[in-house]
Write a protein that binds this ligand. Sequence first.
Ligand SMILES: CSCCC(=O)/C(O)=C/O
Ligand SMILES: [Fe+2]
Length: 176
Amino acid sequence: MRAYLYDNLDTDCREPHEQNPSVPVSVEELEASGVLYWRLKDENFEDQIDKICADRNYKNRDQITVSKQGLGELFDAKIKTFFAEHLHEDEEIRAILEGTGYFDIRDKQDRWVRIKVEAGDLIVLPAGIYHRFTLDSNNYLKAMRLFKEDPVWTPLNRPCDEYPYRKAYLNVIEAN
Ligand SMILES: CSCCC(=O)/C(O)=C/O
Ligand SMILES: [Fe+2]
């Protein structure tokens, strides 16, 4: 995982969009926005996932393959939905199994921070954070999705500042 400020250029979102010079964003800075990160080791990948699930009460899991083959005729529509700035009522928890991609999150100053993920990364985006997702130029990512009960990942596109989970998110972040 590597995180940095987005350059805000209006070119293909699958490009890195790293500023020049780059402005790195640390794991601690991500945490200040409520984003959690773990690096999972190959040797005991499943054990580490199981421990995080037990600690954080994630009871269920499934897998998604974000690629033309994996999503079939839904691919173009899904990719568009993922990259529209949105939030969810629930956490978005993804353990990357194969491939690469970018999660962009809005930090406390409402700047886009780009998080490059690869196999072995586990990321938790808190409920209520504005974010988006895109593949990179490899056009392939397979992820495990973790969730507590039935997940509520309906994307609510910005602006939705009046939703209770957005307000709850801002309250937690401001107290940090
Ligand atoms: C890497 S999983 C696909 C992206 C997704 O599920 C989502 O909600 C993006 O915001
Ligand atoms: Fe999302």
